[in-house]
Design a protein around this ligand. Structure first.
Ligand SMILES: NC(=O)c1ccc[n+]([C@@H]2O[C@H](COP(=O)([O-])OP(=O)(O)OC[C@H]3O[C@@H](n4cnc5c(N)ncnc54)[C@H](OP(=O)(O)O)[C@@H]3O)[C@@H](O)[C@H]2O)c1
Length: 323
Protein backbone atom coordinates (compact mmCIF):
# COMPACT_ATOMS: atom_id res chain seq x y z
CA UNK A 1 0.00 0.00 0.00
CA UNK A 2 1.31 3.46 -0.84
CA UNK A 3 1.87 6.14 1.80
CA UNK A 4 -1.09 8.06 0.42
CA UNK A 5 -3.34 5.02 0.86
CA UNK A 6 -2.12 4.60 4.47
CA UNK A 7 -2.80 8.26 5.20
CA UNK A 8 -6.28 8.21 3.68
CA UNK A 9 -7.16 5.04 5.64
CA UNK A 10 -5.96 6.74 8.86
CA UNK A 11 -8.08 9.82 8.16
CA UNK A 12 -11.15 7.73 7.26
CA UNK A 13 -10.86 5.55 10.40
CA UNK A 14 -10.30 8.63 12.58
CA UNK A 15 -13.33 10.32 11.03
CA UNK A 16 -15.51 7.24 11.50
CA UNK A 17 -14.48 6.95 15.17
CA UNK A 18 -15.07 10.67 15.79
CA UNK A 19 -18.55 10.42 14.23
CA UNK A 20 -19.26 7.29 16.32
CA UNK A 21 -18.15 9.09 19.52
CA UNK A 22 -20.24 12.17 18.69
CA UNK A 23 -23.32 10.02 18.07
CA UNK A 24 -22.94 7.69 21.08
CA UNK A 25 -21.73 10.12 23.77
CA UNK A 26 -24.55 10.91 26.18
CA UNK A 27 -24.67 14.45 27.59
CA UNK A 28 -25.72 15.42 31.08
CA UNK A 29 -28.90 17.37 30.44
CA UNK A 30 -29.61 19.01 33.78
CA UNK A 31 -28.85 22.67 34.48
CA UNK A 32 -28.70 22.38 38.28
CA UNK A 33 -27.53 25.66 39.88
CA UNK A 34 -24.77 25.27 42.48
CA UNK A 35 -24.87 28.67 44.19
CA UNK A 36 -24.34 28.09 47.93
CA UNK A 37 -22.84 24.61 47.37
CA UNK A 38 -19.24 23.54 47.97
CA UNK A 39 -17.39 21.02 45.82
CA UNK A 40 -13.96 19.41 46.27
CA UNK A 41 -12.29 18.06 43.12
CA UNK A 42 -9.02 16.14 43.45
CA UNK A 43 -6.55 16.36 40.56
CA UNK A 44 -8.29 19.54 39.40
CA UNK A 45 -5.44 21.17 37.51
CA UNK A 46 -5.75 19.18 34.29
CA UNK A 47 -7.91 16.85 32.19
CA UNK A 48 -11.28 15.79 33.60
CA UNK A 49 -10.65 17.40 37.00
CA UNK A 50 -10.02 20.80 35.44
CA UNK A 51 -12.98 20.62 33.07
CA UNK A 52 -15.44 19.49 35.73
CA UNK A 53 -14.20 22.22 38.12
CA UNK A 54 -14.79 24.78 35.35
CA UNK A 55 -18.36 23.52 34.91
CA UNK A 56 -19.05 23.61 38.68
CA UNK A 57 -17.67 27.16 38.83
CA UNK A 58 -19.90 28.20 35.90
CA UNK A 59 -22.86 26.94 37.91
CA UNK A 60 -21.87 29.17 40.86
CA UNK A 61 -20.35 26.64 43.29
CA UNK A 62 -17.50 27.26 45.70
CA UNK A 63 -14.90 25.01 44.08
CA UNK A 64 -11.89 23.68 45.98
CA UNK A 65 -9.13 22.56 43.63
CA UNK A 66 -7.30 19.78 45.50
CA UNK A 67 -3.95 19.48 43.74
CA UNK A 68 -0.36 18.51 44.50
CA UNK A 69 1.45 21.12 42.39
CA UNK A 70 0.92 24.70 43.59
CA UNK A 71 1.93 26.45 40.34
CA UNK A 72 -0.25 24.26 38.11
CA UNK A 73 -3.15 24.57 40.57
CA UNK A 74 -2.93 28.38 40.76
CA UNK A 75 -2.78 28.59 36.97
CA UNK A 76 -5.93 26.43 36.76
CA UNK A 77 -7.67 28.56 39.41
CA UNK A 78 -6.83 31.82 37.58
CA UNK A 79 -8.05 30.41 34.26
CA UNK A 80 -11.33 29.20 35.80
CA UNK A 81 -11.95 32.52 37.56
CA UNK A 82 -11.24 34.52 34.42
CA UNK A 83 -13.51 32.31 32.30
CA UNK A 84 -16.43 32.09 34.74
CA UNK A 85 -16.12 35.36 36.72
CA UNK A 86 -16.75 33.20 39.81
CA UNK A 87 -14.17 34.35 42.40
CA UNK A 88 -15.08 31.51 44.75
CA UNK A 89 -12.49 29.06 43.37
CA UNK A 90 -9.65 28.17 45.73
CA UNK A 91 -6.54 26.01 45.74
CA UNK A 92 -5.71 23.63 48.57
CA UNK A 93 -2.69 21.41 48.29
CA UNK A 94 -2.80 17.65 48.72
CA UNK A 95 -0.50 14.88 47.58
CA UNK A 96 -2.52 11.69 47.19
CA UNK A 97 0.71 9.68 47.53
CA UNK A 98 1.01 10.75 51.18
CA UNK A 99 -1.47 9.81 53.91
CA UNK A 100 -0.11 12.66 56.09
CA UNK A 101 -0.77 15.17 53.31
CA UNK A 102 -4.34 13.85 52.91
CA UNK A 103 -4.89 14.08 56.69
CA UNK A 104 -3.61 17.70 56.70
CA UNK A 105 -5.81 18.59 53.74
CA UNK A 106 -8.90 17.04 55.33
CA UNK A 107 -8.31 18.72 58.68
CA UNK A 108 -7.94 22.08 56.90
CA UNK A 109 -11.25 21.49 55.07
CA UNK A 110 -13.01 20.45 58.30
CA UNK A 111 -11.73 23.60 60.04
CA UNK A 112 -12.33 26.10 57.26
CA UNK A 113 -15.40 24.91 55.34
CA UNK A 114 -18.95 25.09 56.63
CA UNK A 115 -20.22 22.50 54.17
CA UNK A 116 -19.24 19.97 51.53
CA UNK A 117 -21.92 18.99 49.03
CA UNK A 118 -19.94 17.08 46.40
CA UNK A 119 -16.62 15.25 46.61
CA UNK A 120 -15.08 14.20 43.28
CA UNK A 121 -12.34 11.61 43.79
CA UNK A 122 -10.72 12.16 40.41
CA UNK A 123 -6.93 12.33 40.94
CA UNK A 124 -5.23 9.41 39.30
CA UNK A 125 -2.22 8.24 37.40
CA UNK A 126 -1.74 5.76 34.55
CA UNK A 127 1.43 3.84 35.13
CA UNK A 128 4.02 4.22 37.86
CA UNK A 129 7.10 2.18 38.67
CA UNK A 130 7.26 -0.55 41.28
CA UNK A 131 7.79 1.79 44.24
CA UNK A 132 6.40 2.20 47.72
CA UNK A 133 5.50 5.47 49.43
CA UNK A 134 6.61 6.70 52.87
CA UNK A 135 3.41 5.00 54.16
CA UNK A 136 4.60 1.58 52.94
CA UNK A 137 1.90 1.53 50.25
CA UNK A 138 2.37 0.67 46.56
CA UNK A 139 2.47 4.10 44.92
CA UNK A 140 -0.09 3.61 42.11
CA UNK A 141 -2.54 1.89 44.47
CA UNK A 142 -2.11 4.75 46.92
CA UNK A 143 -2.64 7.59 44.41
CA UNK A 144 -5.57 5.93 42.62
CA UNK A 145 -7.24 4.06 45.46
CA UNK A 146 -6.02 4.25 49.08
CA UNK A 147 -5.75 8.05 48.94
CA UNK A 148 -9.34 8.57 47.73
CA UNK A 149 -10.65 6.12 50.33
CA UNK A 150 -8.86 7.89 53.19
CA UNK A 151 -9.94 11.33 51.99
CA UNK A 152 -13.58 10.24 51.77
CA UNK A 153 -13.56 8.68 55.23
CA UNK A 154 -11.98 11.79 56.79
CA UNK A 155 -14.52 14.12 55.16
CA UNK A 156 -17.52 11.94 56.01
CA UNK A 157 -18.76 13.98 59.00
CA UNK A 158 -18.87 17.16 56.91
CA UNK A 159 -20.57 15.35 54.02
CA UNK A 160 -23.19 14.01 56.45
CA UNK A 161 -23.67 17.44 58.00
CA UNK A 162 -24.23 18.91 54.52
CA UNK A 163 -26.47 16.11 53.22
CA UNK A 164 -28.00 15.43 50.79
CA UNK A 165 -24.46 15.19 49.50
CA UNK A 166 -22.63 13.02 46.98
CA UNK A 167 -19.31 11.25 46.53
CA UNK A 168 -18.15 10.43 42.99
CA UNK A 169 -15.34 7.93 42.44
CA UNK A 170 -13.76 8.17 38.99
CA UNK A 171 -12.96 4.55 38.13
CA UNK A 172 -12.40 2.93 34.72
CA UNK A 173 -13.71 0.18 32.47
CA UNK A 174 -10.25 -1.36 32.87
CA UNK A 175 -11.48 -2.58 36.28
CA UNK A 176 -12.81 -5.48 34.17
CA UNK A 177 -9.18 -6.63 33.74
CA UNK A 178 -8.45 -6.58 37.48
CA UNK A 179 -7.16 -9.50 39.47
CA UNK A 180 -7.53 -8.13 42.99
CA UNK A 181 -7.04 -10.17 46.16
CA UNK A 182 -6.32 -9.36 49.80
CA UNK A 183 -2.78 -10.65 49.17
CA UNK A 184 -2.00 -8.35 46.24
CA UNK A 185 -3.91 -5.24 47.36
CA UNK A 186 -0.64 -3.62 48.38
CA UNK A 187 1.77 -5.14 45.88
CA UNK A 188 2.94 -4.18 42.42
CA UNK A 189 1.03 -6.50 40.12
CA UNK A 190 2.64 -5.30 36.89
CA UNK A 191 1.73 -2.51 34.51
CA UNK A 192 -1.35 -4.17 33.06
CA UNK A 193 -2.94 -5.28 36.35
CA UNK A 194 -2.04 -2.61 38.90
CA UNK A 195 -4.15 0.18 37.32
CA UNK A 196 -7.20 -2.12 36.85
CA UNK A 197 -6.82 -3.30 40.47
CA UNK A 198 -6.80 0.29 41.73
CA UNK A 199 -9.96 1.06 39.73
CA UNK A 200 -11.74 -2.11 40.88
CA UNK A 201 -10.80 -1.10 44.43
CA UNK A 202 -12.75 2.14 43.92
CA UNK A 203 -15.81 0.26 42.64
CA UNK A 204 -15.79 -2.15 45.62
CA UNK A 205 -15.30 0.80 48.00
CA UNK A 206 -18.32 2.54 46.41
CA UNK A 207 -20.49 -0.57 46.83
CA UNK A 208 -19.53 -1.12 50.48
CA UNK A 209 -19.77 2.55 51.43
CA UNK A 210 -23.27 2.79 49.92
CA UNK A 211 -24.35 -0.11 52.16
CA UNK A 212 -22.99 1.66 55.23
CA UNK A 213 -24.62 4.96 54.25
CA UNK A 214 -28.02 3.42 53.56
CA UNK A 215 -29.69 5.28 56.42
CA UNK A 216 -27.98 8.58 55.67
CA UNK A 217 -28.52 11.08 52.83
CA UNK A 218 -24.98 10.79 51.54
CA UNK A 219 -24.87 8.85 48.28
CA UNK A 220 -21.88 7.45 46.43
CA UNK A 221 -21.30 6.44 42.79
CA UNK A 222 -18.47 5.03 40.69
CA UNK A 223 -18.09 5.60 36.97
CA UNK A 224 -16.11 5.05 33.80
CA UNK A 225 -15.79 8.39 32.01
CA UNK A 226 -14.89 6.97 28.56
CA UNK A 227 -11.50 7.00 26.86
CA UNK A 228 -10.44 10.63 26.79
CA UNK A 229 -7.69 12.77 25.37
CA UNK A 230 -5.87 13.81 28.59
CA UNK A 231 -2.38 13.64 30.14
CA UNK A 232 -3.11 10.27 31.78
CA UNK A 233 -1.24 8.37 29.05
CA UNK A 234 1.91 10.51 29.32
CA UNK A 235 3.76 8.27 31.75
CA UNK A 236 3.01 5.02 29.93
CA UNK A 237 6.54 4.11 28.76
CA UNK A 238 7.24 4.68 25.02
CA UNK A 239 3.67 4.23 23.72
CA UNK A 240 2.42 6.94 26.12
CA UNK A 241 3.79 9.88 24.17
CA UNK A 242 2.84 8.24 20.85
CA UNK A 243 -0.77 7.84 22.06
CA UNK A 244 -0.92 11.43 23.33
CA UNK A 245 0.70 13.02 20.27
CA UNK A 246 -0.69 11.01 17.39
CA UNK A 247 -3.83 9.15 18.44
CA UNK A 248 -5.71 10.67 21.38
CA UNK A 249 -6.91 13.76 19.48
CA UNK A 250 -8.36 11.70 16.68
CA UNK A 251 -9.64 8.56 18.37
CA UNK A 252 -10.59 9.52 21.93
CA UNK A 253 -13.32 11.66 23.49
CA UNK A 254 -12.71 15.32 24.25
CA UNK A 255 -12.60 16.40 27.91
CA UNK A 256 -15.99 18.11 27.53
CA UNK A 257 -17.44 14.75 26.45
CA UNK A 258 -15.45 12.97 29.17
CA UNK A 259 -16.95 14.89 32.11
CA UNK A 260 -20.58 14.20 31.22
CA UNK A 261 -20.99 11.09 33.38
CA UNK A 262 -19.25 12.86 36.28
CA UNK A 263 -21.73 15.75 35.98
CA UNK A 264 -24.64 13.34 35.66
CA UNK A 265 -23.80 11.42 38.84
CA UNK A 266 -22.90 14.57 40.79
CA UNK A 267 -25.92 16.65 39.82
CA UNK A 268 -28.90 14.72 38.47
CA UNK A 269 -31.79 14.91 40.95
CA UNK A 270 -33.28 11.65 42.22
CA UNK A 271 -30.22 9.45 41.61
CA UNK A 272 -30.00 8.41 45.28
CA UNK A 273 -31.79 5.09 44.60
CA UNK A 274 -28.70 4.11 42.61
CA UNK A 275 -26.22 4.80 45.42
CA UNK A 276 -23.40 2.24 45.23
CA UNK A 277 -23.89 1.63 41.50
CA UNK A 278 -21.51 2.04 38.57
CA UNK A 279 -22.19 4.42 35.67
CA UNK A 280 -21.13 4.78 32.04
CA UNK A 281 -22.48 7.21 29.42
CA UNK A 282 -24.76 8.95 31.96
CA UNK A 283 -26.50 5.69 32.81
CA UNK A 284 -26.29 3.02 35.46
CA UNK A 285 -24.67 -0.18 34.13
CA UNK A 286 -24.50 -3.77 35.28
CA UNK A 287 -21.64 -4.35 37.71
CA UNK A 288 -18.50 -5.72 36.03
CA UNK A 289 -17.90 -9.47 36.65
CA UNK A 290 -14.79 -8.65 38.71
CA UNK A 291 -16.94 -6.56 41.11
CA UNK A 292 -19.59 -9.18 41.84
CA UNK A 293 -17.77 -10.96 44.66
CA UNK A 294 -19.30 -9.55 47.86
CA UNK A 295 -16.90 -11.52 50.04
CA UNK A 296 -14.01 -9.85 48.22
CA UNK A 297 -15.68 -6.46 48.78
CA UNK A 298 -15.74 -7.09 52.56
CA UNK A 299 -12.18 -8.44 52.65
CA UNK A 300 -10.78 -5.53 50.64
CA UNK A 301 -12.64 -3.02 52.83
CA UNK A 302 -11.19 -4.49 56.04
CA UNK A 303 -7.65 -4.74 54.70
CA UNK A 304 -7.83 -1.21 53.27
CA UNK A 305 -8.99 0.27 56.58
CA UNK A 306 -6.09 -1.50 58.31
CA UNK A 307 -3.51 -0.29 55.78
CA UNK A 308 -4.67 3.34 55.85
CA UNK A 309 -5.24 3.26 59.64
CA UNK A 310 -8.88 4.20 59.36
CA UNK A 311 -10.49 1.45 61.44
CA UNK A 312 -12.06 3.85 63.95
CA UNK A 313 -14.10 5.75 61.34
CA UNK A 314 -15.00 2.46 59.68
CA UNK A 315 -16.33 1.06 62.98
CA UNK A 316 -18.34 4.23 63.59
CA UNK A 317 -19.92 3.93 60.13
CA UNK A 318 -20.72 0.24 60.74
CA UNK A 319 -22.38 1.10 64.08
CA UNK A 320 -24.39 3.97 62.56
CA UNK A 321 -25.56 1.65 59.76
CA UNK A 322 -26.92 -0.83 62.34
CA UNK A 323 -28.99 1.80 64.20
N1 LIG B 1 -8.36 9.73 30.31
C1 LIG B 1 -8.99 8.57 30.25
O1 LIG B 1 -9.18 7.98 29.17
C2 LIG B 1 -9.52 7.93 31.52
C3 LIG B 1 -10.28 6.74 31.40
C4 LIG B 1 -10.79 6.16 32.57
C5 LIG B 1 -10.54 6.74 33.80
N2 LIG B 1 -9.79 7.89 33.89
C6 LIG B 1 -9.54 8.46 35.21
O2 LIG B 1 -9.89 9.83 35.21
C7 LIG B 1 -9.18 10.50 36.26
C8 LIG B 1 -8.62 11.81 35.74
O3 LIG B 1 -7.60 11.54 34.82
P1 LIG B 1 -7.36 12.40 33.48
O4 LIG B 1 -7.62 11.48 32.35
O5 LIG B 1 -8.06 13.67 33.56
O6 LIG B 1 -5.76 12.57 33.53
P2 LIG B 1 -4.83 13.81 33.93
O7 LIG B 1 -5.09 14.96 33.03
O8 LIG B 1 -3.46 13.24 33.97
O9 LIG B 1 -5.31 14.20 35.38
C9 LIG B 1 -4.90 13.50 36.53
C10 LIG B 1 -4.90 14.46 37.70
O10 LIG B 1 -4.52 13.72 38.87
C11 LIG B 1 -3.48 14.44 39.52
N3 LIG B 1 -2.58 13.60 40.30
C12 LIG B 1 -1.77 12.61 39.89
N4 LIG B 1 -1.05 12.15 40.92
C13 LIG B 1 -1.41 12.87 42.01
C14 LIG B 1 -1.00 12.89 43.37
N5 LIG B 1 -0.06 12.07 43.83
N6 LIG B 1 -1.60 13.76 44.22
C15 LIG B 1 -2.55 14.63 43.77
N7 LIG B 1 -2.95 14.67 42.50
C16 LIG B 1 -2.39 13.81 41.62
C17 LIG B 1 -2.71 15.10 38.39
O11 LIG B 1 -1.89 16.14 38.91
P3 LIG B 1 -0.48 16.55 38.20
O12 LIG B 1 -0.85 17.42 37.03
O13 LIG B 1 0.25 17.27 39.28
O14 LIG B 1 0.16 15.27 37.78
C18 LIG B 1 -3.86 15.59 37.53
O15 LIG B 1 -4.38 16.78 38.05
C19 LIG B 1 -8.12 9.50 36.73
O16 LIG B 1 -8.54 8.91 37.94
C20 LIG B 1 -8.09 8.46 35.63
O17 LIG B 1 -7.67 7.20 36.10
C21 LIG B 1 -9.28 8.50 32.77
Amino acid sequence: MSLLAYLSSFVLIALAIKVYLKVTTRWCQNKVCLVGKTVVVTGANSGLGYEVSLEFAKRGARVILACRNEDKAKQARDQIISETQNPNVVVKLVNMASLASIRNFASDILKSEKRLDILINNAGTGILRNEFTEDGLQVLMQVNYFGSVLLTMLLMDLLEKSSPSRIINVSSILAKQANLTKGNLNTYTGMSVCYPNSKLGLILFTMKLAKLLKTSSVSVYSLHPGVIDTNIFNNVPIVGSIITQYFAKYFFKTVEEGIQTILHTALTPGLEIYSGKHFEECDVVETYKTARDLELMETIWKETMRLIKCEEISEKLQLDAKR
